[in-house]
Design a protein around this ligand. Structure first.
Ligand SMILES: Cc1ncc(COP(=O)(O)O)c(C=O)c1O
Length: 484
């Protein structure tokens, strides 16, 4: 539904106007095959200025993280420092060809080698592969590695993968793709893994568990050590979904908490512009047990340097590797951005990232819980989940609040995930926002809560200030129409 009249390029068209001047033709003309020509194909007729202004105006309608707060829980849309764009565009990186001999790409290999090392150190693990192209592919690799290990140990009866009921949808999808039977584990009243439910599912058929930490309620699981020990005791392995690692940088090692393998979402945690299927990197880190199964190629130092010669780097694939999952080295320029981010911040800076992520989320949560229902009311880490169920505004849903936020100029938070909170709004301010931005957001949210009681139609009709109004999202997905 269109709200205000943003003209299409056809509305702007005017017969006879054009934006080009071609020189006299100096080649012989030829007959155009008319059987392929259409009489009814409309072309807009515009000047160059009309076209430039039209597309410039449209580009400014897009919402993006450089325009304002993007509190999309679980997706971590933080500000992407521009220095990373600069380094990713250096000719020395962009002009490389992946088939060049290794002696001619030593700088790029050093970057891969050092990044593998830094990511292993941050998670406490011993090895890393940077090849997976996204978080979901990192998960796929990690769970395949678990499966390969059980197969190597002839533990073929291990066919169940446990997944907490708060998990991101990619976790069960990954397990199913790896041939596992997925079994949910309940969340207890404090938002932790329910240990009783977990105990009832730990047996000889258990291949492992996929745990997100902090979980998608934004909470640190208080039962994590007990949960991982229970899974190990039954012979299962523990996968860590590290999509929320911005909350733990420099604070905790997943290896210490009983995890065997994990992925990072480099594009979220270490800032690459992403979304809408944009480029990602889902680096996988693991302990010694699973190291032989990592996907290659992995970068290694073949010769140590001397005082006159730098070290020499090469590539290898581990002995029992799950195989190649992506062409060449993965999404290399995402790796360059992550490396830049890590090197610029250093160890102390990374810890401050985690501290600010938690501080910002808790500041917002404490303010908003005065006006919005908060189902798990305890200190959160990097995000928190509201449940839009007001007794005095029973018809207002999470979707209405999310859409109304667009009228205030914000990207809506994640909604209807995690599934265990039925009217959920999952808010992640990220570490990069300042107090003033957070206060303005609180003001907008409070004003929406007020309208929910006194002018509920403002929410139900929202958004009204954007070029397009509320979409029928199911129809849009099922009955996609790509023409005007
Ligand atoms: C908790 C969690 N796990 C996994 C993923 C998958 O990551 P990607 O989108 O890079 O495939 C996401 C992405 O939003 C996520 O939030």
């Amino acid at each position: 539904m269109r709200n205000n009249s943003e003209p299409t390029i056809f509305d702007l068209s005017s017969v006879g106007r054009n934006g080009y001047q071609l020189p006299e033709s100096d080649v012989r003309g030829s007959e155009f095959p008319t059987e392929f020509a259409r009489e009814d194909l409309a072309f807009p007729e515009l000047s160059e200025q009309d076209v430039v202004r039209h597309y410039s105006r449209l580009s400014a309608l897009n919402y993006h993280v450089d325009k304002g707060l993007y509190p999309l829980g679980s997706c971590t849309m933080k500000y992407n420092p521009k220095i990373s764009e600069k380094t990713a565009r250096l000719d020395g990186f962009t002009q490389l060809h992946p088939l060049q001999p290794t002696e001619t790409v030593q700088g790029a290999l050093f970057l891969i080698y050092d990044l593998q090392h830094i990511l292993s150190e941050i998670s406490g693990f011993t090895a890393c592969s940077l090849v997976p192209a996204a978080g979901a592919q990192g998960e796929f690799c990690g769970v395949k590695m678990i499966a390969a290990h059980h197969a190597y140990k002839k533990q073929h009866q291990r066919k169940v993968m446990l997944i907490p009921d708060s998990a991101h949808g990619t976790n069960p999808a990954t397990s199913a793709m790896c041939g596992y039977e997925c079994m949910p584990v309940k969340t207890d009243s404090r938002g932790n893994i329910d240990l009783e439910d977990l105990a009832s599912k730990c047996n000889k058929e258990l291949a492992g568990i996929m745990i997100t930490l902090p979980n998608t309620l934004g909470l640190f699981d208080e039962n994590i050590l007990k949960a991982t020990a229970m899974v190990h005791k039954s012979g299962g392995l523990v996968y860590g979904d590290g999509a929320n690692m911005n909350a733990l940088l420099g604070i905790a090692w997943l290896s210490d908490l009983g995890f065997d393998v994990m992925h990072y979402n480099l594009h979220k945690t270490f800032s690459t512009p992403h979304g809408g299927g944009g480029p990602g990197a889902g680096a996988v880190c693991c302990n010694r047990l699973l190291e032989p199964y990592l996907p290659g190629p992995i970068c290694e130092m073949i010769e140590e340097g001397t005082k006159d010669e730098p070290p020499f780097y090469g590539l290898y694939s581990p002995e029992r590797t799950i195989g190649m999952v992506k062409a060449f080295y993965g999404h290399f320029t995402v790796l360059v951005r992550a490396y830049t981010y890590l090197r610029v911040l250093g160890a102390n800076g990374l810890r401050r990232v985690a501290e600010y992520a938690a501080l910002n989320a808790n500041y917002l949560m404490q303010a908003l819980k005065k006006t919005y229902p908060l189902p798990y009311d305890r200190t959160c880490i990097h995000e928190f989940v509201l449940d839009i169920k007001w007794e005095d505004a029973p018809d207002i849903r999470a979707l209405d609040v999310a859409k109304r936020l667009m009228d205030f100029g914000y990207h809506p938070p994640t909604n209807y995930f995690p599934l265990i909170v039925h009217e959920s709004l999952m808010i992640e301010p990220t570490e990069t926002e300042n107090k003033r931005t957070l206060d303005e957001f609180i003001e907008a949210m409070n004003s929406i809560a007020e309208d929910a009681r006194h002018a509920p139609e403002m929410l139900r009709k929202a958004p009204s200030e954007t070029p397009f109004g509320r979409m029928d999202e199911v129809k849009a997905a099922r009955d996609l129409k790509l023409t005007a």
